[in-house]
Design a protein. Structure first.
Length: 281
């Protein structure tokens, strides 16, 4: 994880939540009060965001002591205690909501991802995330996908050329788009992979005839069409299936022989894992 992005996120989130002070804690809790709290799991799933929580606690108060009992990526069940935090009661309360919001979101993503990974583990196909993420916390959501056993696709628009349908249409066709992308990379001395999205067998043939790409994204293909496409590609390119893939259909897509399935649902519509931070008295 990028520590610079993490610290920037924490700083901005605390400004948003605390601003000029946690006035509830400041007004009700003595300045010198010490306390202990436990992070309690109230749902079954995969825990994620423990390392982020440690950074949040330490940003709020360097003197807080944290005892981690369950690390990122481990399975948890109702009633499990992930960590204890001890120190200033005010600091614990100030950090509470940011820790919970982050860990609940990340754990929900990790849990969903892990479920999909297990569904297709016998096929050899891997699960990819997408850019359908929450602005400014993409790095956390993609980290949660990794913790759940998935694989990160490109992080943004800068680390891969992904020629999609609109690019093809605006460029005048697949050969024109690929050739323009190759020319651009050469002129700018940029070394990043090229992936091309295709919508049918004709477009796939155009890509294969043009060549010089790294991956082919097969978008919204039927199962029969996907099998035909994989057979035509015959291992010459990395293959990715995409387009409305769900928990119910992902295994059927994987069985078509693609290297990857990409699912926006990993990050854009997951249920957070329920948990709470409770005072130990």
């Amino acid at each position: 994880m990028d520590n610079r992005l993490l610290q920037q996120f924490i700083d901005n989130a605390l400004i948003e939540d605390v601003a000029d002070g946690d006035h509830t804690s400041l007004s009700t809790i003595p300045e010198d009060a010490k306390g202990k709290a436990k992070l309690l799991i109230k749902d079954d799933g995969i825990i994620a965001g423990v390392e982020v929580a440690l950074a949040i606690f330490k940003t709020v108060d360097q003197n807080l002591k944290i005892e981690v009992l369950i690390e990122d990526g481990k399975a948890v069940k109702y009633g499990d205690i992930v960590l204890y935090v001890t120190g200033s009661s005010r600091s614990i309360l100030t950090a509470e909501r940011l820790v919970l919001n982050t860990m609940q979101r990340m754990s929900g993503i990790a849990t969903t991802t892990n479920k999909i990974v297990k569904l297709i583990e016998t096929t050899g196909t891997k699960v990819l995330d997408t850019r359908k993420t929450t602005p400014n916390i993409r790095f956390l959501e993609k980290e949660a996908v990794k913790i759940g056993g998935g694989v990160n696709h490109r992080f943004g628009l800068y680390d891969m050329i992904l020629i999609k349908d609109n690019h093809v249409d605006y460029a005048g066709g697949i050969p024109q788009a690929i050739n323009a992308a190759k020319k651009y990379l050469k002129e700018k001395n940029i070394n990043i992979p090229i992936e091309v999205e295709v919508r049918n067998i004709k477009e796939l043939t155009d890509v294969m005839n043009t060549g010089t790409v790294d991956r082919i994204l097969l978008d919204n293909f039927s199962f029969d069409g996907l099998k035909e496409a994989v057979a035509l590609i015959n291992g010459k390119y990395i293959t990715e299936a995409s387009g409305g893939i769900t928990e119910e259909t992902v295994l059927d897509y994987a069985k078509c022989g693609v290297n990857y399935v990409s699912m926006g649902a990993l990050t854009h519509s997951v249920k957070s894992l329920d948990m709470s931070l409770k005072a130990v008295v």
